[in-house]
Design a protein around this ligand. Structure first.
Ligand SMILES: *[C@@H]1O[C@H](CO)[C@@H](O)[C@H](O)[C@H]1NC(C)=O
Ligand SMILES: *[C@@H]1O[C@H](CO)[C@@H](O)[C@H](O)[C@H]1NC(C)=O
Length: 159
């Protein structure tokens, strides 16, 4: 009884501790979800993965699964030394460490047919204690005003 209660308390504490961290829920494959005939390389390239973000795998239960693999298991499409397996059809995977993570579907020939991808999870870069890091594609837009200001300054020196 006591251990069950402390588990519930621990879960509640974790949920509240995690909420201020602006972590994102990323639905794998976007609107196409976790299925065959989706270019997951393209999906990965269009996203950014930061520590404590969550991957959400959506699929019809039983048709696919989610295997978190080692690099070797991923390459071989082998579940033998998998780190974790999910199969509810609505699986959430907390990316709680930085570095590379490998996933594939362990059902039938899914993996051989391309239901696999790897992501590199980056640590949060703190710009200051109060402002959260910018998300999504950024940098180019932010650079432009600085370049323009430098150009104006350079022009002022010439005349
Ligand atoms: C991830 O979440 C845990 C639990 O809330 C927290 O202790 C940790 O500092 C977070 N990591 C980052 C990089 O935000
Ligand atoms: C990340 O989550 C896994 C699975 O819940 C857990 O075993 C592991 O200890 C966690 N790692 C860190 C650094 O919190």
């Amino acid at each position: 009884m006591a251990s069950k209660l402390s588990l519930i308390v621990a879960v509640v504490v974790v949920v509240f501790a995690a909420s201020p961290a602006l972590a994102a829920d990323l639905v794998v494959g976007g609107s196409q979800g976790w299925s065959l005939n989706v270019d997951y390389g393209e999906w990965v390239d269009g996203n950014e993965f930061i520590v404590n973000d969550t991957l959400v795998f959506k699929y019809a239960k039983g048709q696919h699964s989610v295997v978190q693999a080692t690099k070797a298991g991923f390459t071989a499409c082998s579940e033998a030394n998998s780190l974790a397996v999910w199969n509810s059809g609505d699986d959430t995977v907390l990316l709680n460490t930085s570095g590379q993570w490998w996933f594939f579907s362990g059902v039938g020939t899914d993996c051989a047919q391309g239901m696999k991808f790897t992501v590199t999870v980056i640590p949060i870069v703190k710009l200051s204690s109060s402002s959260p890091p910018p998300r999504g594609p950024s940098g180019v837009g932010g650079m432009a005003p600085a370049i323009a200001a430098a150009a104006v300054a350079a022009a002022a020196l010439l005349f």
